[in-house]
Design a protein around this ligand. Structure first.
Ligand code: HEM
Length: 125
C-alpha cells in the first residue's frame, strides 16, 4: 500500500522549506534583536540546520539527525538568551516567511501553530 503523503510533501517538499527558511533568515540578518545572537558571521550554515530540522520534523529526509544527532532543541538554545522580545522577533520573521509560501489555510494553520508552540517552548530567560 502507498504511504500516506507527509506534510512535507503536501506543502511542496524541499523547495517550500528552502523558501521558508531563506525568507526567515533574510529577516534575521537585518534584525537588531536577533542578529547578535547568531554566533557565525555567515548565516548560511544556520539556515541549513533549521531547514534540515523542519524538513525532518514534517516527514522529509532525516538529514538533520544524521548530521546533528538528536535535536534536543531546548538544550541547543541554552547558550542564547531567549526572552519574550527574542521569541516575538523570531515569530515575526517566521510569520512573514510562512505568509510568503501562500499555503492553503489548513496547512498554513498547522505549520504556524507548531512554530508558535515551539518558539514558546524555547524561551529560557
Ligand atoms: C539554532 C535562536 C526558536 C530550531 C539557533 C541558533 C540561534 C537560535 C541563535 C544558533 C544558530 C546556529 O548556528 O545554528 C533562536 C531564537 C528563537 C529560536 C531566538 C526564538 C524562540 C527556534 C524554534 C525552532 C528552532 C522555534 C524549531 C522549530 C533551531 C535549530 C537550530 C537552531 C534546529 C540548530 C540546532 C543545531 O543543530 O545546532 N536558534 N531559535 N529555533 N534553532 Fe533556534
Amino acid at each position: 500500500p502507498a504511504e500516506p503523503e507527509s506534510f512535507y510533501d503536501a506543502v511542496g517538499g524541499m523547495e517550500a522549506f528552502d523558501r521558508l527558511v531563506h525568507r526567515f533568515y533574510q529577516g534575521v540578518a537585518d534584525d537588531p534583536v536577533l542578529r547578535p545572537l547568531y554566533p557565525e558571521e555567515d548565516l548560511t550554515a544556520a539556515e541549513g540546520r533549521l531547514r534540515m530540522f523542519l524538513v525532518q520534523y514534517w516527514g522529509g529526509p532525516k538529514t538533520y539527525s544524521e548530521q546533528r544527532g538528536h535535536p534536543r532543541l531546548r538544550m541547543r538554545h541554552v547558550p542564547f538568551v531567549i526572552g519574550e522580545a527574542e521569541r516575538d522577533a523570531w515569530l515575526r520573521h517566521m510569520r512573514d516567511a510562512v505568509d510568503s509560501l501562500a499555503l492553503p489555510a489548513e496547512q498554513e494553520t498547522r505549520l504556524w501553530n507548531y512554530l508558535v508552540y515551539a518558539a514558546h517552548s524555547l524561551v529560557n530567560a
